[in-house]
Write a protein that binds this ligand. Structure first.
Ligand code: IFM
Length: 446
């Protein structure tokens, strides 16, 4: 394959997954329940009543999954650590059997020449902490920092870089504002203390990780926001949405300030959640790389009723994925160059920690996924050519997995999984990605 994606030497190629979406073994080796075990058991909460109790059975089949990664020739593997495996009630006594799983995983990855990139929180909060208020409770941030220290002390001798949180926007909005994800709270804007407490958790953990000489990342779901028209009303609505989706989760970390939340009708202190000194705790540790999870732009119109300060509208005249998400590869270039414009010297190097698409199961030979990845890598290479410092690309996902409230209906994998038999079958996109990585190395070295 010609190496048409002109990315620099040392650029890191990877795949990404998350614990609840692949591990299964929900009741094994002392794992405690998480909010996703509770939520997915609630009738009607998840499509077809699917749960992650077995998922891809990665807990038992991880050697096979690492062999698949080795076959791709990856530099890195982004996975998440299940907090309730390590601390079954979120705090207190450490469950050594749970930590031992990640020990084995890390050792086997390193033996395969793959650098582990763990995420500490990818939405599976221990249920006991949710019972105490979850992320609405400031105390959860301090429990997270304790958990981060436990895991870093065990794995930090072999794991150089850590992602604190995955997509705090999605967890806040889907989990606590709309209730379509665990823990299923529907508080609308009153959910926003959850955003602040996650960012505080990030800051506290980032300091502890840095004290241990480890690199720190945060993976934000970011989207270019497009006003639906040239009207002042649509522009104002788009700005309000940009504040909620992007700036609320990025400004405090990179700039040490919160954006003006008045267009959302949210008080500056986020209903009393922000206390003196908090923004310093979030900002001061700094980031070694900002993780960018990109799927699509968001098109925004002025609200048609008084409920929200914006309306989300579809992007016409572009293809859509099996999930119904618009496919706009150039949105990735716009997003990355826009970050540089917004944050300037405060912007650390970037890493694409997620990008990919779901494709209908029956589609062969998986051409839509190849086209999606190729077009997004073109856009990424264009952003790099325009001066943006991007260090790596982790596609979502290695294997088909549990897509949260969509159950197993959305297939994002380079590798097909038969959820009856757990048989893994590499798709055409797997071979395509392998050849792409090999071509890059042949040209640029490792
Ligand atoms: O599966 C999710 C992942 O957990 C977080 N980012 C988006 C992916 C696709 O929806």
């Amino acid at each position: 394959m010609p190496d048409r994606f002109d990315l620099p030497a040392g650029f890191r190629w990877g795949v990404a997954t998350a614990a609840y979406q692949i591990e299964g073994a929900a009741e094994e080796d002392g794992r405690g329940p998480s909010v996703w075990d509770t939520f997915s058991a609630r009738p009607g909460a998840v499509r077809d009543g699917h749960t992650g109790a077995v998922a891809c059975d990665h807990y038992h089949r991880y050697p096979e999954d690492i062999a698949l990664m080795k076959g791709l020739g990856l530099d890195g593997y982004r996975f998440s650590i299940a907090w309730p495996r390590v601390l079954p009630t979120g705090t207190g006594e450490v469950n050594d059997a749970g930590l031992a799983f990640y020990d084995r995983l890390v050792d086997d990855l390193l033996a395969a020449g793959i650098t582990p990139l763990p995420t500490l929180f990818h939405w599976d909060l221990p249920q006991a902490l949710e019972d105490a208020g979850g992320w609405l409770n400031r105390d959860t941030a301090y429990r997270f920092a304790e958990y981060a220290a436990v895991v870093a002390d065990r794995l930090g001798d072999r794991v150089p870089a850590w992602i604190t949180l995955n997509e705090p926007f999605v967890h806040t909005v889907f989990g606590y504002a709309l209730g379509t994800h665990a823990p299923g709270r529907a508080l609308m804007f009153e959910a926003l203390p959850v955003a602040h407490h996650q960012l505080l958790a990030h800051g506290l953990a980032a300091s502890l990780l840095h004290e241990r000489g480890l690199e720190v990342m945060l993976s934000n779901n970011l989207t270019p926001v497009w006003p639906a028209s040239d009207s002042a009303e649509d522009a104002a609505a788009a700005e309000a949405y940009d504040t909620l989706h992007n700036r609320l989760f990025t400004d405090p970390v990179l700039l040490g300030t919160y954006p003006d939340l008045s267009a959302l009708g949210v008080p500056d202190d986020i209903y009393g959640a922000i206390r003196p000194g908090d923004t310093e705790l979030i900002h001061t540790p700094g980031l070694d790389s900002l993780g960018v999870n990109y799927y699509n732009p968001t098109r925004i119109a002025a609200p048609t009723d008084a409920g929200l300060p914006f309306d989300l509208v579809d992007i016409p005249d572009v293809p859509h994925t099996a999930f119904g998400w618009p496919v706009v590869p150039d949105g990735l270039r716009q997003l990355l160059t826009g970050l540089k414009e917004s944050y300037g010297a405060a912007l650390p190097p970037l890493t694409i920690t997620e990008n990919g698409c779901s494709v209908e199961e029956s589609t062969t030979p998986d051409q839509p996924r190849i086209d999606f990845l190729a077009a997004h890598l073109d856009a990424l290479a264009q952003a790099v050519a325009e001066g943006i410092d991007v260090r790596g690309y982790y596609t979502w996902s290695l294997i088909d997995n549990y897509e949260w409230s969509e159950g197993f209906s959305q297939r994002f994998g380079l590798v097909h999984v038969d959820f009856e038999t757990q048989k893994r079958t590499p798709r055409a996109s797997y071979a395509w990605y392998r050849e792409l990585i090999a071509a890059h190395r042949a040209r640029r070295g490792r």
